[in-house]
Design a protein around this ligand. Structure first.
Ligand code: SAH
Ligand code: SF4
Ligand code: F3S
Length: 436
């Protein structure tokens, strides 16, 4: 098949990377990407199962694609990713215009099938493969300046609320040499910043390397300016990794470290493998070793059995750490997870109320931390022109704050400049570049 493909991606950055892998595979065989679903020969929806809402959105999007098929029966529709793995053959029962249902370990087979005749009945490819890490396939680049690269797939944790280990399978790490090669290629195409991805990215391990040694290897790549990663698991944040971060000048001073709850009882029930005290110790060590480190997190409110006292422990942890920002979620029971059978102990209204109080608290801290940056001089990497004002650029600090600066001679996508932070406007900072 030559022709055009359209890809819609839901879920986390690992899905974004997988979509880029598939884009890379299809384009190598002569297909072209299109942003117009109506002109595509193949429509692909990469889905997420993390919460009920994510699945609802994916179902609605796939259902809305039915009319393309009515208009042109030769159009092919593929549902891929975590929800494809999770729901498998149930998907084409409900959505009978779907041709392929493909889990995260089966994208090579999807590519083969797309270049063969259309299957008469929906093809379900959801066999898990503990060795598939797509080594040797070059993913498309996200942008000219930054890119995401998956360094490990799957997850060996069993957090009791989480569907990821079921849909993504067991943990496996890519060879460091293959990661280095992919980063070098991205840099040769102009990329300045890479973000390494994995569900527990800091448990990365191969025969010869661990997360710390990988950071040190990547730090030596000429032309690469910045290294980020997400998401590390507190259980694997040892001093060795913190030292490697501190000693590798390209590794940004930002850590997204999901805490989930501030209550030891909840952490235990979630099977997170650390306590509140251990988490706070990691935070102290990060702050001691990495100057002005930006800290962000994920938090779940309303997990099974969460009492008001447990919830207040989360609020107090949030205050104590003073995260720069947080992704905050209401617990969503997922069939197939250990906690599912326990049902829920809070009403939707109670969960909502706890969520809102937390969001309020975090918002105040986020703004306070941004305000505190006024007057500082920060290095920013310019990513894009501002969509509101073409005479302004948007960049990010190492600690992951957005900064808007006015246009100036020599500024452009990919420039690394010093900027003086002046004020906060909403959740972005305004500054001026200082050109030496
Ligand atoms: N591997 C990462 C998280 C991946 S999922 C880690 O462990 O840090 C992203 C976030 O979704 C999680 O950190 C958690 O906060 C949230 N999440 C996962 N399952 C959820 C559920 N069933 N209900 C609500 N939020 C959930
Ligand atoms: Fe889910 Fe826990 Fe694995 Fe993160 S570490 S993906 S929350 S099971
Ligand atoms: Fe969703 Fe799968 Fe990522 S469930 S959060 S897309 S790993």
């Amino acid at each position: 098949m030559s022709g055009k493909y359209f890809l819609a991606t839901f879920g986390c950055q690992m899905n974004v990377y997988d979509s880029n892998l598939i884009g890379g595979m299809l384009e190598k065989k002569g297909m072209q990407a299109t942003g117009e679903a109506g002109e595509a020969d193949v429509l692909i929806v990469n889905t997420c199962s993390i919460r009920g809402g994510a699945e609802d959105r994916a179902y609605a999007r796939i259902a809305a694609m039915r009319h393309y098929k009515r208009r042109n029966p030769d159009v092919r529709i593929a549902v891929i990713g975590c929800m494809a793995q999770n729901h498998g053959e149930k998907i084409p029962v409900e959505l009978d215009h779907v041709d392929y249902v493909v889990g995260p370990d089966n994208y090579r087979e999807l590519e083969e099938m797309i270049f063969k005749d259309r299957p008469k009945t929906p093809a379900i490819l959801t066999e898990q493969n503990a060795f598939e890490n797509y080594d040797g396939i070059m993913a498309k680049l996200d942008s000219a300046v930054t890119c995401h690269i998956t360094i490990m797939r799957g997850c060996n944790k069993r957090c009791t609320y989480c569907i990821v280990p079921t849909v993504r399978g067991v943990e496996r790490s890519r060879e460091a040499s293959s990661i280095v090669e992919e980063v070098e290629r991205a840099v040769s195409e102009g990329v300045k910043e890479v973000c390494l991805l994995g569900q527990t990215v800091n448990s990365y391990r191969t025969e010869g390397d661990d997360f710390a040694s990988l950071l040190r290897k990547l730090n030596r790549i000429d032309g690469l300016k910045r290294i980020r990663f997400t998401s590390p698991h507190p259980r694997h944040f040892d001093s060795n990794a913190i030292r490697a971060m501190a000693e590798s000048e390209k590794v940004c001073n930002h850590v997204h470290i999901p805490v989930q709850s501030g209550s030891n009882a909840m952490l235990k029930k979630m099977r997170r493998q650390y306590t509140r005290e251990r988490f706070l110790e990691i935070v102290r060590e990060l702050r001691a070793e990495i100057p002005n480190v930006g800290l962000t997190t994920d938090i779940i409110t309303g997990f099974v059995g969460e009492s008001e006292a447990d919830y207040l422990e989360t609020l107090s942890l949030v205050e104590e750490v003073g995260f720069d920002s947080a992704f905050m979620f209401q617990y969503s029971p997922r069939e197939g997870t250990p906690a599912f059978a326990e049902g829920e102990t809070l009403t939707a209204a109670e969960k909502q109320e706890r969520h809102e109080r937390l969001v309020q608290l975090q918002m105040g801290i986020t703004e306070r931390n941004l305000d505190a940056m006024a007057g500082r001089v920060e290095e920013i990497l310019i990513e894009n022109r501002s969509s509101r004002d073409r005479n302004e650029w948007i960049g990010k600090t190492g600690c992951c704050k957005k900064v808007i600066v006015p246009d100036a001679p020599g500024l452009g996508k990919g420039s690394l400049v010093s900027a003086r932070i002046l004020t906060r406007s909403g959740l972005v900072l305004r500054g001026e570049s200082i050109i030496a």
